[in-house]
Design a protein around this ligand. Sequence first.
Ligand code: BG6
Length: 498
Amino acid sequence: MDNFSMIIFGASGDLTKRKLMPALYSLFKDERLTGDFSIIGVSRTDYEDAEYQKYILEQLHIFVKEEERDESTMKKFVGHLHYLSIDPAKEEGYPLLRQRIAELTKTENPDNLLFYLATPPSLYGVVPLHLKRAGLNTPGSRIIVEKPFGYNLESALELNRIYSSAFEEHQVYRIDHFLGKETAQNLLAFRFANGIFEPLWNRNYIDYVEVTAVENLGIENRGGFYDTTGTLRDMVQNHLIQLVALTAMEPPSKFDADYFRNEVVKVYESLRPLTEEDFNENIVRGQYMTEGDKKGYREEKGVNPNSRTETYVAMKLEIDNWRWNGVPFYIRTGKQMPTKVTEIVVHFKAAPHQMFKGTLGQHPRPNKLTLRIQPNEGMVLNLGMKVPGSGFDVKQVAMDFTYDSMDGKSIMDAYARLIDDSIKGDPTLFTRSDAVEASWKFFDPILKYWEEHPEAHLYGYPAGTWGPLESEKLVREHGAEWTNPCKNLTNTDLYCEL
Ligand code: BG6
């Protein structure tokens, strides 16, 4: 591993303590950071190096899994941390940053710099310009920027313009941590390393696809951010659509950054543009309401008590290409659901001729393949099998594979994987500028529609339930139903329109 310096903007924030430092520690513990490296935390809070190291050590004790904590390794790791208190929004701090990097790297012209923007999105357009003015956008540097990249299409285009004025595209790492998840990557191996699925992976054999990423927590302490962001920007425009791309993309002819990302962009560009009818019929927007001891969204700290920000979105997507024509992709995501689960469920068409009855006297259910991204990472294929004994009763059985059983290796954390890739200079799993733009082109009209139509439906759902019943209606039109990993919600009286 080469020597490098990572500069984290937003060093005293939530993301740094919860995700970035634990990920860097885990890379260090696994001896992936073997060179002479330094990490410089940058933010406005006042810390001396030693104070910052102490603070991060305390956070590691909280956010690193217990079985991975090793006191002496954690102490060695924090020995690589430094801190610079400047306001990243102001140009005047950047010469100090340059000087600090020069001192630490003992060179006037340091290279191999990784800038990580773990800041509020309002700084995404400011920092690269200041880095450029301070001459820190060196040819060997990379800039990693968190999502959401842009607030809408226009601001995403503007951000891309800013980044391309300071860095080459290959230096810009737009991070979407869902792509860092082992099981998301395994979807590619599953599809493209096995010959037996490819012939079935199309409109001739697949009836519909579900993509679900739901959480059983609310917005926690992120009210201010969430109320101006909402679920469409926070989850759908990036994480969910990435999962759709992995499921729907054509096999790249080579597995490298450009070939892979070209195929992702093609999926986004094939999404059927949404019409006014879709805004009303095929998109369900929800917001969680108080239930028992669970607070409603409008009661959360930092949220406008009359807020119409969505905490749930379900929608139907159509992909206009040869492979997927006529196969709906139903996607949904929400806060305060009964459980936390991310999975893709591929529903195959029923056998063309039904000779057997199931145990309940009905035809066996069609095959279903569940690709579980988290938790209990793995996959399940549902098949019809004959029930032993007389007659020909057919029952669905599940053939499953769990990641736990593979190689005895633990699953690498998504942030650790992506930070490792960015250190190595591999942008494959990061979003390219054209993909961000294509995704925004598709989703931007929804935001505009909601903005221009304050009367557009926003359905309330009680915290801890599966979301508005309208989302059931959405899939029922195709004769489909959502796969809810826990019990289905049946009490229809609990729903109301806000
Ligand atoms: C983040 C969103 O990008 O992803 C959060 O901002 C969300 O709102 C989180 O909770 C979900 O990620 P994961 O990996 O916990 O499923």
